[in-house]
Ligand binder design. Structure first.
Ligand SMILES: Nc1ncnc2c1ncn2[C@@H]1O[C@H](COP(=O)(O)OP(=O)(O)OP(=O)(O)O)[C@@H](O)[C@H]1O
Ligand SMILES: [Mg+2]
Length: 289
């Protein structure tokens, strides 16, 4: 079977609910990155956007290693130019590494051509962007149905799954509203519903609350917390400590290297905000207990 066919078959077989976790040996990795290097340009103009630590023997960059288990909620932080978007683009199969390996949900993305990568994006990854990226003048329900239409899901099922996704993000009463009839937080929740309607293995969010006021930020983070609590794996980029508090794990990038990796809550439990809501509200998240 070709990778494309295999993907198509898995997409139609994947249940709407997240796959069960394996209790005995822990969750299987959704992301496995090994020795990942990304360089831009040539010669003197070469930029090593992702490099990892230096190999002590050769002095050469040994690349970034990263494993993200199913059900984790990871925040990626770092100053401007540290490599966050470069990493996100590779994890989202929007770009390919210069060297190294990337396995997504067990699938080695290294040998895939452009068409196969677009299938991977559609079937396995849900994207949420800072600027919402909704289709203008299109009702919320149609927005959320769109990725299912690309995936070839028939109309009746598209409708019911899109309605369920919008209900999940608290917008059951806004299905007919167009983007200009929704608040920023509501628009971003439509985008989250659109990202999760295909039941992707991974939800990737690049500054999902960057354009939102604090109230809408809380609404969107509450949705992400609930999605993660039901087993969805989430990786999000953020500059805000307030957003990173919601993560189970916080990575910090400096100059193309992961310089810290802090676990704030176990991967196989609820995210910090739902684990101990009173302590979270009081600003006490703490490390892993
Ligand atoms: N297409 C490109 N061509 C050349 N250099 C690039 C390209 N894209 C990114 N870079 C460089 O790679 C490095 C990492 O960029 P990246 O966009 O990943 O940073 P970032 O952490 O997302 O920053 P920000 O917080 O500003 O979005 C930067 O030095 C940047 O200038
Ligand atoms: Mg960026």
């Amino acid at each position: 079977m070709t990778p494309a066919l295999r993907l198509r078959r898995r997409a139609t077989q994947r249940p709407a609910a997240p796959a069960p976790r394996t209790a005995a040996c822990g969750p299987a990795p959704v992301i496995e990155v090994r020795s990942l290097v990304k360089t831009y340009g040539h010669g003197d103009a070469t930029v090593r956007a992702l490099r990892g630590p230096r190999d002590p023997d050769t002095g050469e960059p040994s690349g970034v290693d990263l494993t993200v288990g199913q059900g984790d909620l990871v925040a990626v932080m770092g100053s401007s130019g540290s490599g966050k978007s470069t990493l996100m683009n590779i994890l989202g199969c929007l770009d390919v590494p210069t060297s190294g390996r990337y396995l997504l949900d067990g699938l080695d993305t290294g040998g895939l051509d452009e068409h196969q990568l677009s299938l991977v994006r559609n079937r396995k990854i849900g994207f949420v962007f800072q600027s919402f990226n909704l289709v203008p003048r299109t009702p919320a329900l149609a927005q959320v149905e769109l990725p299912l239409a690309y995936a070839g899901v028939r109309a009746a099922e598209r409708r019911s799954r899109a309605m369920a996704a919008l209900t999940l993000v608290g917008l059951a009463d806004r299905m007919d509203h167009r983007p200009n009839e929704l608040s920023g937080g509501q628009q971003q929740r439509v985008a989250v519903a659109r990202a999760l309607v295909t039941a992707p293995a991974l939800l990737l969010a690049d500054e999902p609350t960057g354009n939102l006021d604090s109230r809408s930020t809380e609404d969107v983070l509450a949705v992400i917390d609930r999605l993660n609590a039901s087993g969805r794996t989430v990786v999000l980029i953020t500059h805000e400590d307030e957003v990173a508090r919601h993560a189970k794990r916080v990575l910090r990038l400096v100059d193309g290297r992961i310089v810290s990796d802090v676990r704030q809550a176990p991967v196989d439990g609820p995210p910090p905000a739902l684990r101990d809501p009173a302590a979270f509200a009081a600003g006490r998240t703490g490390g892993e207990r």
